[in-house]
Design a protein around this ligand. Structure first.
Ligand code: FES
Ligand code: FES
Length: 155
């Protein structure tokens, strides 16, 4: 039996009918067509699906949509401003070669967004710890760490 949930995504309010076992990532991508959030493993192992829910980074493949009822979600689409200007973190990822195939990038950037909110000037160790749940097959991670360092203090 479907249930109605209410979500706020990037400031916009949505009412969605969902099956009880539907995951948040699937509601975002399939119901709301907000597809910047990527789905990789679907099991909480890769971090590709990371979004910020009520201020905390979460793997949206591990969150049932019904658990997100009434919550505020921020996805990669919510980072640019009303004139389409990218967030400084996105600029920094581009400028530091931290985006190659780009599949991990939305998750990496959302984790970085949450990190810099609580720690505006993180150490390299803090950055590596923050992104430790996010897999990247392309960059070797150093460019991502460099991008986060360069973005620090610009938020
Ligand atoms: S798709 Fe969610 S952690 Fe991999
Ligand atoms: S840029 Fe390809 S997986 Fe990270």
């Amino acid at each position: 039996m479907k249930q109605q949930i209410n979500l706020t995504v990037n400031g916009d309010k949505y009412e969605v009918l969902v099956d009880p076992l539907t995951k948040l990532v699937d509601v975002l991508r399939d119901n709301l067509l907000i597809t910047g959030t990527k789905k990789g493993c679907g099991e909480g192992e890769c971090g590709a699906c990371t979004v910020i829910m009520d201020g905390m980074p979460v793997s949206s493949c591990l969150i049932l949509a019904v658990q997100a009822d009434g919550k505020s979600i921020q996805t990669i689409e919510g980072l640019e401003d009303s004139e389409g200007k990218l967030d400084p973190i996105q600029e920094s990822f581009i400028n530091n070669g931290a985006i190659q195939c780009g599949y991990c990038s939305p998750g990496m950037i959302m984790v970085t967004k949450a990190l810099l909110k609580i720690s505006p000037h993180p150490t390299e160790a803090e950055i590596r710890d923050a992104i430790s749940g996010n897999l990247c097959r392309c960059t070797g991670y150093q460019q991502i760490v460099d991008a986060v360092m360069a973005a620090a203090g610009k938020e």
